[in-house]
Design a protein around this ligand. Structure first.
Ligand SMILES: [Zn+2]
Length: 211
């Protein structure tokens, strides 16, 4: 059964008796132009013989001026290009475009998340001898206990890289991101608790030294 090749056009030859169906132009350049209009660029790779044999564009897509015989509408001019697409077709194109954009956005977000996770994983495995950067005032005093390697390595989880400091995209409230955000928060809390212990120990040491 021959159907119209135009994307989202449902015309079928058997159901549209008074409409003519036209082959794609044999001239490669015109064929390309035509396919762009029909959104059938994927057919450009199709073998010319198969294209000629199996694919048609229905007469609904051509303006009167594209016909040599506007009354019977079964002979196209040399330069005829399909330009008429129903509201339904245009709407479906628009919807498809939007869903593709959303898909791309999602992929981009997932990519960012993977990069973030990799950074977190790398930070928690990295050697404690790496220099620590404290962008948050909460941690500024911790650096004077750099002798404690186990603590330093834990601190790196959330402070070693500025991009780990609650990046903007964490504010998007997807469950996965919230989970990671909560993990980050609990690590920060751990760090605060450790800092308290360190201060207490430092105080004790100071007392011992003065005695
Ligand atoms: Zn059609």
């Amino acid at each position: 059964m021959t159907t119209c090749a135009v994307k989202f056009c449902n015309s079928k030859m058997s159901l549209t008796k008074n409409i003519s169906y036209f082959r794609f132009p044999s001239d490669p350049l015109r064929c390309k132009q035509c396919m762009e209009k029909c959104q059938t660029e994927h057919l450009l790779k199709t073998d010319a013989t198969i294209l000629y044999k199996n694919y048609r564009v229905c007469g609904f897509h051509f303006e009167d001026k594209m016909f040599l015989n506007p009354n019977s509408r079964n002979r196209l001019t040399m330069n005829a290009v399909p330009t008429i697409f129903s509201a339904g077709i245009l709407m479906k194109r628009e919807m498809e475009k939007k869903s593709e954009e959303e898909k791309e956005k999602k992929l981009e977000e997932e990519k960012q998340m993977r990069e973030f996770e990799a950074q977190v994983a790398m930070a928690s495995c990295s050697s404690p001898s790496h220099s620590l950067t404290y962008n948050d005032n909460v941690y500024t005093n911790v650096s004077d206990v750099s002798g404690s390697s186990s603590i330093s390595s834990k601190l790196q989880v959330s402070t070693s890289d500025s991009s780990c400091q609650t990046p903007l995209y964490l504010t998007n409230k997807t469950p996965r991101k919230l989970k990671l955000y909560n993990e980050l928060q609990s690590k920060n809390k751990e760090i605060k608790d450790m800092k308290k212990q360190i201060n207490a120990i430092t105080q004790q040491l100071a007392n011992v030294n003065t005695v």
